[in-house]
Design a protein around this ligand. Structure first.
Ligand code: AMP
Length: 446
């Protein structure tokens, strides 16, 4: 037998039975983003590799290990093949922030708006070792708020509360929100020196990856999952102040604003995020029901990135939530005691199912039904019929299976009378309607 071709490792088909959950997440998100004045942006799913290397940082794990390059398109991006460096060519986007900032600069948004509020929903790609909750193609819902003078603590708080609003609306309960401040780049540098000082004496206990991180990106050590690294990190006393007075004041205001917004949070000095571009407020939402990959989403402020990528000195903040993780958390919760709102599990519904019954060898009813099917759909109602000849009983069974609210029957009698039989499946009431009145009846039917 010919070998079957399977879905690539670390990716998944989203089948029709599951799509209802995805669509619900998407439509709920769109509604909520609208409440806060965010508009959708769609950027390409691949960009120049250099965009990600410059924004995420050469030493970040994403750039070091997880970029998926499109080697066949290398020449298009203007690089000369022979001497190509890892920054050249094109890569599938591992996240959306860099691409949205690229677009913000390219389309001169800073001259058009004092604050641009974008949201996105779509796939991201990382060459990870696949495991539960960690895929090579996964999907994120996120936002970016970018603009001159947008470094405002109340905007940070609004962005964080929007993330919380989304998760609440998805029916996720029991998640933890951690926040921290990295301060200015200067504060961040002081913090990294302080961290190195603290970690120096335990360097030999760290895993080989973290030993490299010690020099290149000491913050990443705080996120390492290795048991020993975790215990070294757990012993750190990070109380020492490294934030400037101004940064501390900013963070205090973010916390005040969050409290006013009614958002519960925990301040975690160990939360640093592994990407170079973060400054000031960073946050992460996790859920214990997710196992080792427990982050539902994360984000933070990135005031230097627009300028770093060739734009003006414009501040920005954003976050991304992982859609697969949200659905996993929902599954975990459904096994628990809390009942979930059933709008997530409602199956598809059908406005009308048309049953046609012809005499053997004839197809008048069938053709009339087919014509009516198109008319009903053009009125914006969902409609289906069976294209294969079948008995009344089996067509009724199919209508039931498809969740039809109404059934229209066209048989010999109806053809003779130029009418149809209209059946309300919910109330079990049946009546004859003249064929030329069916449009009107359906229009008034709710
Ligand atoms: P990050 O940009 O890594 O902070 O990712 C933001 C969110 O996207 C995470 O909190 C996860 O929910 C989700 N995410 C990141 N990487 C993956 C992945 N490889 N597979 C599934 N979800 C992911």
């Amino acid at each position: 037998m010919t070998k079957k071709i399977l879905v690539p490792r670390g990716t998944a088909d989203i089948l029709p039975a599951e799509i209802v959950h995805w669509q619900k997440l998407e439509s709920t998100s769109r509604d909520i983003f609208r409440l806060y004045g965010y508009q959708e942006i769609r950027t390409p799913i691949f960009e120049e590799t250099g965009l990600f290397a410059r924004s995420l940082g050469q030493t970040s794990d994403v750039v070091q290990k997880q970029m998926l390059n499109l080697s066949s398109l290398k020449e298009d991006s203007g690089s000369s093949n022979a001497s190509s460096t890892p920054d050249e060519g094109l890569s599938l986007r591992p996240e959306a922030t860099a691409a949205i900032v690229r677009s913000y600069i390219q389309n001169d948004f800073d001259r058009k708006e004092s604050l641009s509020k974008f949201y996105y929903i779509g796939p991201m790609f990382r060459g990870e070792r696949p495991q539960k909750g960690r895929l090579r193609q996964f999907h994120q819902i996120g936002l970016e708020a970018i603009g001159p003078n947008s470094s405002l603590p109340f905007l940070d708080a609004e962005v964080i509360s929007l993330a919380v609003h989304l998760l609440n609306s998805f029916g996720i309960q029991g998640f933890q929100l951690k926040i921290n401040s990295l301060g200015t780049p200067e504060d961040k540098k002081n913090f990294s020196l302080h961290l190195r000082d603290l970690l120096q004496r335990n360097l030999s206990r760290l895993c080989p990856d973290c030993q490299k991180r010690f020099e290149r990106n000491v913050f990443r050590i705080l996120d390492c999952k290795n048991e020993t690294c975790r215990s070294v990190v757990g012993e750190l006393n990070l109380k020492e102040p490294f934030l400037s007075d101004e940064s501390r004041k900013y963070f205090e205001e973010v916390k005040t604003a969050l409290t006013i917004a009614g958002v519960s949070f925990e301040v975690s000095p160990l939360l640093v995020r592994g990407l170079d571009y973060y400054t000031h407020t960073v946050f992460e939402v996790s859920h214990s029901g997710l196992g080792s990959q427990d982050a539902l989403g994360a984000g933070g402020r990135y005031n230097g990135l627009v300028q770093e990528l060739g734009g003006n000195d414009v501040a920005a903040i954003g976050f991304a939530l992982g859609m697969e993780r949200i659905l996993l958390a929902r599954q975990a919760l459904e096994r628990g005691p809390a009942p979930m709102d059933d709008s997530f599990t409602a199956g598809p519904s059908l406005d009308v199912f048309i049953i046609s019954l012809d005499k053997e060898g004839e197809e008048k009813a069938f053709l009339s039904a087919f014509k009516l099917l198109q008319e009903i759909r053009s009125q914006g109602k969902s409609a289906q019929m069976s294209y294969a000849p079948a008995s009344m009983k089996s067509q009724m069974r199919l209508a039931d299976k498809l969740g039809a609210r109404r059934v229209i029957i066209i048989g010999e009698d109806e053809l003779k009378e130029n009418s149809i039989t209209f059946k309300d499946m919910l109330q079990g009431i049946q009546s004859k309607v003249a064929l030329d009145r069916i449009g009107e009846v359906l229009k008034n039917d709710r």
